[in-house]
Design a protein. Sequence first.
Length: 85
Amino acid sequence: MTSRALAQRRQDIVLRALRDAGDRPVSLPELRERGIPNPAAVIYELELAGYEIDRVHRHGRLLGVRLGSTAAPRPDPGRGRRFGR
């Protein structure tokens, strides 16, 4: 399996977990149990692809992540985000 195919497979697993959870945050250890060795990197890749990912905190600690208001990626994920300004 190519690295690109492996990355896509991991993204699909994370998206499925987030969709199945609905409003419940999914913890990083839970994603690791589903076979995602570095879930934070996969979440970042999904954000770069245009998915809105909400981080849920309680008392300053990360409980988990969930899909934002839309389960589909934004049409143009690169627009509106400026780095270095």
